[in-house]
Write a new protein. Structure first.
Length: 309
């Protein structure tokens, strides 16, 4: 019957390895990769002893970029209901002095450690000739273990949206411009005139286009008066002209009143993963949470190397 962690492994990857214990070893290799932020990690490696010439099997083999290397053991005693004991640590401690390439050891346990095991790990560098052993727990997560980790991000978006299609634009004409407009009136017949003209461009005194409404309004409308939900101001446009009835009319600028609407939206990004593992250090501090989605990103090549896209 699978242990709780083997059950999670099967749920994530669809099946269990044929050999008992391999699933936990591979999860430990993934945990090593996570703890060391992507350095070279291999599962089920082999190294020959310097003195004994015998071949050692390494559950986890990690090589740092600085040239140091770590060998790791991983034990899931969930089904037996026991902790990792001193004899498990002594097996690792006995291999360390014999493997020249390895600088230190690491142990992953799904159930914790006995007091003698912890005492052995504390004295390991003296026992093994300067090669320390670090203890970690890799186990099914709990609410207590996840205290201090962010599970939900709440994003509040406040936006103000301009509605220029409902805006009011009024040209401020110069004295010369007003005189030209008056010339459009038929003397003695009209005292007012309605002209339907669309203004999309501004001209210089020669009639050359120097600015468009699109370019002018692309810089925005300034501050919004939240009491009336409008922006009200003027673009200062000296020596600019608009075209009315084929005639250039000089203006000082363009006064505008643009209504705005205000939008508030709230989005939440929540970790809704089904299964989660926690990595703890020897003091019981939670270092990382491994969700099922995170674990699913990993794979192993035919040489046991941990692969992450």
């Amino acid at each position: 019957m699978p242990s709780p962690i083997e059950y999670i492994f099967k749920e994530i990857f669809g099946s269990l390895p044929n050999k008992k214990g391999t699933a936990y070893e591979q999860l430990a290799a993934i945990a090593m990769y996570e703890l060391n932020e992507g350095s070279n990690v291999k599962h089920d490696d082999r190294l020959r002893g310097q003195f004994s010439k015998s071949l050692y099997q390494l559950d986890v083999h990690h090589q740092n970029e600085n040239g140091t290397a770590i060998m790791g053991e991983a034990k899931d005693y969930s089904e037996q209901g026991k902790k990792v004991g001193r004899d498990d640590l002594q097996k690792l401690g006995g291999a360390l002095p014999d493997i020249k390439e390895i600088n230190s050891g690491i142990f992953f346990s799904a159930t914790g450690y006995t007091k003698p095991a912890r005492q052995y790990a504390e004295a390991a560098d003296q026992i093994t000739g300067g090669k320390p052993i670090s203890l970690y727990e890799l186990k099914v997560s709990s609410e207590e273990a996840e205290e201090g980790f962010v599970k939900t991000f709440t994003i509040n978006i406040h936006a103000s949206v301009a509605h220029p299609e409902s805006g009011e634009f009024t040209a401020a004409f110069t004295t010369d411009g007003k005189d030209v407009l008056k010339s459009l009136l038929k003397k003695g017949i009209e005292d007012s005139i309605i002209v339907n003209e669309g203004v999309s461009e501004f001209y210089d005194e020669t009639g050359a286009v120097i600015l468009s409404i699109e370019e002018l309004t692309s810089i925005g409308y300034g501050d919004v008066d939240t009491e009336i939900n409008c922006a009200h101001a003027c673009y200062w446009l000296p020596e600019h002209y608009i075209m009315i009835e084929g005639m250039l009319i000089s203006i000082y600028g363009l006064e505008y009143k643009i209504p705005f609407s205000f939008i508030h939206r709230e989005f939440q990004i929540t970790d809704d993963s089904t299964h989660r593992l926690v990595i703890k250090d020897e003091n019981g501090k939670s270092l990382k949470i491994l969700t099922d989605d995170k674990i699913r990103e990993y794979s192993f090549d035919n040489k046991g190397n941990v692969i992450k896209p």
